[in-house]
Design a protein around this ligand. Structure first.
Ligand code: TYM
Length: 334
């Protein structure tokens, strides 16, 4: 508990262009939950360097992501919105937790397997221990709840295991966090291959809707989306492309799959696909406008960055000092 509320932590990598999957699977839920919890939302730029980045581009993207958090509706006076790399406790706790995490556990992580296949020329130790840094992010703030898309579930299970293991040795040090997976939009699939998740690192730009895509591009991508030859708008596993489009439509309009089936009963994909495109444009257009406005106010964004980094540093130090004491490090001299 913090200020009488339960604590929420989540983060996104400042790598590549954010997709509709990131928005519907995570960011949208962050906004819904933000009143109920004491929230920490991090731009996890330390995670980003597990794959090679252009330094100037990484800095630019990190700032754009932080701006997007605010544009999506997170009030930086009420929510702690900050860069992971500006708060020293993440790396310090990650080192300690590395010593309480087994190689075998990390070897089982599907994201590690996927990313090491994709970046076979750079399978660095950071890529391997990435989930431990993620556990440190969450445990550092004693988070009760972590809203993420389904693809992060395995990392969250590992975080819980590490917390329980540590607590088993040293007493109740960490809050054991729960995942929050939204009812709709928790796994948005590629528009070109509905068996794969929509991903910022997809090489085919038609596979993903990027949050900054203009309306024409969005409409075009939906018209080209891979579907099937059934020609019926039905929410079923046998029609994965259509099921994904229904999920997107529901997440953007608040309708249920049954309502969508009724709405498009007897109508073909030629009508359904543009309707999904329009629903997405309606959600993204105001978001893009707010980003453009905020980007003009450099001094405001700078002040958010400074104030929130200090706040995050302050709260995270409490847990870090407790952990350092538990494992037997000497007290800090001020
Ligand atoms: P990242 O940056 O890949 O994704 C950010 C969030 O977006 C969700 N997401 C999706 N949801 C639905 N459909 C999709 N196609 C889709 N693609 C991505 C992700 O589940 C995530 O919630 N390791 C994390 C970042 C991280 C983190 C943390 C998250 C670092 N530390 C601590 C929570 C707590 C990641 O790479 O997310």
């Amino acid at each position: 508990m913090l200020n009488g509320k339960k604590v929420l932590f989540s983060g996104m990598q400042s790598t590549g262009n954010l997709t509709l999957g990131n928005y519907l699977g995570a960011l949208k839920n962050w906004v819904t939950l933000s009143d109920e919890y004491e929230c920490f939302y991090s731009v996890v730029d330390m995670h980003s360097i597990t794959v090679r980045q252009d330094p100037a581009e990484l800095r630019r993207r990190a700032r754009a992501l932080l701006t997007l958090y605010i544009a999506a509706g997170l009030d930086p006076e009420k929510n702690c919105i900050y860069y992971q790399s500006q708060v020293t406790g993440h790396a310090e706790l990650a080192w300690i937790l590395n010593c309480y995490t087994y190689m075998g556990e990390l070897q089982r992580m599907t994201q590690f397997k996927d990313k090491s296949a994709k970046h076979a020329d750079n399978i660095n130790a950071g890529l391997f221990t990435y989930p431990v840094l993620m556990a440190a992010d969450i445990l550092l703030y004693q988070a009760d709840v972590v809203p993420v898309g389904k693809d992060q579930m395995q990392h969250l299970e590992l975080t819980r295991d590490i917390a329980q293991r540590f607590n088993g040795i040293y007493g109740d040090v960490f809050t054991v966090p729960e995942a929050y997976i939204g009812k709709v939009g928790a796994r948005i699939m590629s528009l070109q291959d509905p068996s794969k998740k929509m991903s910022k690192s997809d090489e085919n730009p038609n596979a993903s809707i990027y949050l900054m895509d203009d309306p024409d591009t969005i409409m075009r991508k939906f018209k080209r989306a891979v579907t099937d030859s059934e020609a019926a708008v039905r929410y079923r596993d046998e029609q994965p492309g259509i099921k994904n489009l229904i999920d997107i439509y529901c997440a953007c309009t608040g309708k249920t799959p049954e309502e969508v089936e009724r709405e498009f009963d007897g109508k073909g994909y030629g009508e359904f696909k543009p309707a999904v495109g329009e629903a997405v444009v309606d959600v993204l257009r105001p978001l893009q406008a707010r980003v453009a406005d905020l980007e003009k106010d450099k001094a405001y964004i700078d002040s958010v960055i400074k104030n929130n980094a200090e706040k995050a540093q302050y709260f995270s130090n409490k847990t870090l000092r407790k952990v350092q004491k538990k494992v037997g490090f000497p007290e800090r001299i001020r």
